[in-house]
Design a binder for this molecule. Structure first.
Ligand SMILES: CC(C)(COP(=O)(O)OP(=O)(O)OC[C@H]1O[C@@H](n2cnc3c(N)ncnc32)[C@H](O)[C@@H]1OP(=O)(O)O)[C@@H](O)C(=O)NCCC(=O)NCCS
Length: 133
């Protein structure tokens, strides 16, 4: 089931975040700020427990997505991004991806996103691709 995040989900989101982005996880404070700015577009995927999350802006900018490593390659990420397809209001959807994150690049390409530009040193030591659909 995909539903809107509530603050009671926070501890589990932080667990998934720590596994997905061990070098630069978002903090509790960052997630609370994201929730305040995007209260209806911060989603969790739940099947017994929370297995993934996605936060995006209503216009279609994907801020962050992560799936529990034990449950990847089962279509959960795809189901979450399809919610953006269904609900975003803008003409484009876009996301920044680390140049070294080849898995995520393939994931977005399969969903119809294409690399449209590079932001040099977006992650300080690493460039970002902007991928647009
Ligand atoms: C990127 C991520 C969200 C994908 O979630 P997921 O639930 O595993 O994705 P799906 O199962 O829906 O994958 C759909 C397709 O994308 C492609 N794909 C997904 N992960 C991939 C990987 N690591 N390597 C290559 N292709 C991949 C595959 O084609 C896959 O289809 P297949 O399994 O039938 O081959 C997940 O790997 C993750 O949490 N990564 C760490 C956090 C991250 O990098 N987030 C994105 C930052 S911009």
């Amino acid at each position: 089931m995909i539903r809107i995040f509530t603050p009671a989900d926070m501890d589990r989101i932080l667990e998934i975040e720590a596994q997905a982005f061990p070098k630069s996880p978002y903090s509790r404070r960052i997630f609370m700020n994201l929730y305040r700015s995007n209260p209806t577009t911060f989603l969790v995927y739940e099947e017994g427990e929370i297995l993934g999350y996605l936060v995006y802006t209503p216009e279609g900018y994907i801020i962050s997505i992560a799936v529990d490593p034990r449950h990847r390659r089962k279509g959960i990420g795809t189901q979450l991004v399809r919610e953006v397809f269904r609900n975003s209001t803008g003409e484009f959807m876009w996301v920044e991806v680390r140049e070294t994150n080849a898995g995520a690049q393939v994931f977005y390409e399969k969903l119809g996103f294409r690399k449209k530009g590079v932001i040099p040193r977006y992650y300080w030591t690493e460039d970002a691709y902007i991928m647009v659909r």
